[in-house]
Design a protein around this ligand. Sequence first.
Ligand code: ZN
Length: 179
Amino acid sequence: MGLPTIRTLDEILARCEPCPTTGCWLWMMFTGTHSGHGRVSVINKGMYVHRYVWELVHGPILSGLQVQHHCDVPSCCNPAHLYLGTQQQNITDRDRRGRQIAPNCEAHGMAKLTAAQVQKIRASNERDTVLARQFNVAHSTISNIRQGRTWRNLSDRLNTEIERNEAKARQALGDCGYV
Ligand SMILES: [Zn+2]
């Protein structure tokens, strides 16, 4: 099977499992890399997911720079957890953070919904009980999401920011011949 073809942040989000404790967007598909970084196909060109997310939000990455993780989770592609730096800076930062063990959301069983599902729940007018049955989760999970007690990382503010930047980033990608 080839790499999944991705064009938008929505398509990336739909393949991620957001961690309610760390805010990480964990890439749920096969990473296929020794380092644990997810990979996708962008117009038949293989790319690391976190690099592609960076380009979608901020524009093309200058050569010599790397997209790094504040959270130290290689499979995370939350734009808010990514920053640009040199390889040396990456090593220095990781040493300073003490190479902590990457948090594993699946282990504590809290992340059962994808970001796309959370967005659907928020947009829906159905009653909690109907949604709970539809997504096979507890009523309290639905009401927590609706009242903003969980999934705060998927705030409307960030989504608006991403939407705004996506158009800009798409144009930048087009200028570089990606799309
Ligand atoms: Zn993260």
